[in-house]
Design a protein around this ligand. Structure first.
Ligand code: CO
Length: 208
């Protein structure tokens, strides 16, 4: 895809939208009121809006390598803060995907420079769940399970934040862990049971 093509596509898209609704962009410019915060992987095959069927204005989106919610990452922490406190989203989704290159890299020992500290967070997920993962002999099954466990741990990182805990207590925000299966195109709900997780981590992570 050339940049020239991108601008041609854009012109065609504007034309299509205005044919259906003359006020489309005028209405969009009035503001946003998304109900979903989607945190996903930057992988070019894993779109956010397209796989959810979300239109502009319906999902607040944050993407990075391997859909991480790292405690020291100012970008994801700011996105969560803004989405929860100012946009009042009702749902926060962490969406991973099978065959995630970031997760694969964290299972290997290659030195990847600046990616090392980023991927170390996934190695931490592996360490936390080492017993379960070590029992899986099939490499592909182990890889897929690490993708799922990484989503689960990133959901826990979401639940550790003061904003989310406050929103949960005052207005009932919910947190979801999903995996996009590239092979089938289907979204899988991991049913992480965030209410139980909040209870379990409260002793250590509760912030009033
Ligand atoms: Co990925």
């Amino acid at each position: 895809m050339t940049t020239k093509e991108i601008f041609e596509n854009n012109r065609a898209w504007v034309k299509d939208k205005l044919t259906l609704d003359q006020n489309y962009f005028k209405d969009l410019s009035k503001g946003q009121n998304p109900e979903v915060l989607y945190i996903g992987c930057s992988d070019s095959r894993v779109t956010a809006e397209e796989l959810m069927g979300a239109k502009p204005g319906e999902a607040f989106v944050h993407r990075n390598i391997a859909n991480m919610v790292s405690n020291l990452d100012l970008s994801s922490m700011s996105v969560i803060n803004y989405a929860v406190v100012y946009l009042n989203v009702k749902h926060i989704v962490v969406c991973g995907h099978y065959y995630c290159g970031g997760v694969k890299a964290a299972m290997d020992s290659a030195d990847l420079g600046i990616l090392n500290p980023w991927l170390r967070n996934i190695r931490d997920v592996y360490r936390i769940h080492k017993k379960e993962l070590a029992a899986i002999t099939d490499e592909e099954a182990k890889y897929k399970r690490l993708v799922e466990l990484n989503v689960q741990e990133q959901c826990i990182n979401v639940l550790k934040t003061a904003e989310v805990q406050h929103a949960y207590r005052t207005r009932g925000i919910s947190v979801h862990g999903w995996v996009f299966d590239i092979h089938s195109g289907k979204l899988i709900d991991l049913k992480i049971g965030f209410e139980k997780i909040i209870e379990n981590i409260a002793e250590i992570y509760r912030i009033d």
